[in-house]
Design a binder for this molecule. Structure first.
Ligand code: ADP
Ligand code: MG
Length: 398
């Protein structure tokens, strides 16, 4: 899909101060960075800026600070060090974001060099999108670059603020995320098969609704399948259910029929007598789950049904595990889906959502996927067709 905003390619960055909002919200334990996916995802833009002789000022949030001053355990200092290690570039860090110390560090920054500012959320005005901090941040840069796809759905100071004062363009990660996820709705290669799972229908109904306008097959698994089953008059025992969403579930089935979209639900389920790794389990047909039992994974027939549809796809979008994959006993169905997608190297596979991405990583199949989104909430909002405030705020391409 054509990306409609300006990108770093469209502006002159040589010698300029480029203020870049990245998503360095990485897992951190005792000052050690765990998974580096988000840092690696930001590298193409950072490299481009350094190689084009920009003065690169990076800012991000990390974790959930209280917003009333520095919290050493959520400092970006170790992230800056990890960035230096991963990129091979010199990376300076300043333990200030909105004060004189930060302004001085920015003023001292030379072309081709990188400065990382301290966690933007150490000040509560960030989350409130206070114009004062937007102005301060904008004063650090000649150009603003948004590359923090994972926070692009939040109208917060460092995400949308600077765009009101200085030219604002997208980085490569943001561009890739928006065009890939948006592309699912413009010209997907067909058949386009979408698999939705996870626990709550209420979280995903907007996504299902929109996918019914684009996909050829919509598959629903995971905990939310039981709301569909109950809505159709099935017995679901103690399985997860959102009674208030039964009508909407039926509406989705109607919409699928109207749009000629194949809608696949589980035909059998792995049920358990407790929500536990030690529970007794048995396979039950959909609609026939006994009292005292709950569906925690899709069953073997369903795995086959879903895998067959995936095998024929030219485009796959997957969001939401098909079972409680955190427990090995109920991870089989989710693994089968991941394996079916990985086995179809003839399709564009797009994975979105925090837990689905975690599942793909857990099964070691990440390198078999075409695209793995770095945004949980942001990718869902995009797929739902809702605008992302961070993207909206950027300058339109000419
Ligand atoms: P994502 O982060 O990929 O968007 P969600 O957050 O919507 O996915 O859903 C993930 C959660 O859904 C997981 O914690 C998983 O255990 C849970 N889940 C999946 N199937 C079931 C089920 N049958 N019963 C209860 N929880 C389930
Ligand atoms: Mg989740």
């Amino acid at each position: 899909m054509a990306f409609t905003k300006k990108t770093v390619r469209d502006v002159e960055v040589d010698g300029k101060r480029v203020l870049c909002r990245v998503d360095f919200n990485v897992p951190l334990k005792d000052g050690v960075v765990g998974d580096t996916t988000r840092i690696v995802a930001a590298l193409p833009t950072i490299k481009y800026l350094v190689e084009h002789n920009a003065r690169v000022i990076l800012m991000s949030h990390l974790g959930r600070p209280k917003g009333d001053g520095p919290q050493p355990e959520l400092s970006l200092a170790p992230v800056a060090a990890k960035l230096a290690e991963l990129s091979g570039f010199d990376v300076a860090f300043v333990d200030d974001t909105y004060g004189q110390k930060a302004a001085d560090a920015v003023a001292a920054l030379e072309p081709g060099k990188i400065l990382v500012l301290e966690n933007v959320r150490f000040d509560k005005r960030e989350k409130k999108n206070d114009p004062e901090i937007a102005k301060t941040l904008a004063s650090y840069g000649d150009i603003f670059v948004l590359d923090a796809f994972g926070t692009a759905h939040r109208a917060q100071g460092s995400v949308v603020g600077p765009a009101a004062y200085i030219p604002a363009v997208a980085g490569f990660l943001l561009e890739k995320e928006v065009s890939t996820l948006g592309g699912l709705f413009s010209e997907p290669k067909r058949p386009f098969v979408a698999i939705l799972g996870g626990s709550k229908v209420s979280d995903k109904i907007g996504v299902i609704d929109r996918l019914l306008d684009s996909a050829d097959t919509v598959i629903v698994g995971g905990g939310m399948a039981y709301t569909f089953s109950k809505a159709q008059g099935g017995h679901i025992g103690n399985s997860l259910c959102e009674d208030d969403w039964c009508d909407r579930a039926l509406e989705m089935l109607d919409k699928a029929k109207k749009n000629g979209v194949e809608f696949l639900l589980p035909v059998d389920n792995v049920t358990a007598d407790a929500f536990s790794e030690d529970a007794n389990t048995q396979v039950a047909k959909t609609g026939e789950i006994a009292d005292g039992w709950e569906g925690l994974d899709i069953g073997p027939e369903t795995e086959k049904l879903f895998a067959d549809a995936i095998a024929k796809a030219k485009t796959v979008f997957w969001n939401g595990p098909c079972g409680v994959f955190e427990m090995d006993k109920f991870a089989h169905g989710t693994k089968a889906i991941a394996e079916a997608i990985a086995a179809n190297q003839d399709c564009d596979s797009v994975i979105g959502g925090g837990d689905s991405v975690a599942a793909v990583n857990k099964f070691g199949l990440a390198d078999k996927m075409t695209f793995i989104s770095t945004g949980g909430g942001a990718s869902m909002q995009l797929v739902e067709g809702k605008p992302l405030p961070g993207v909206e705020a950027l300058n339109d391409a000419e």
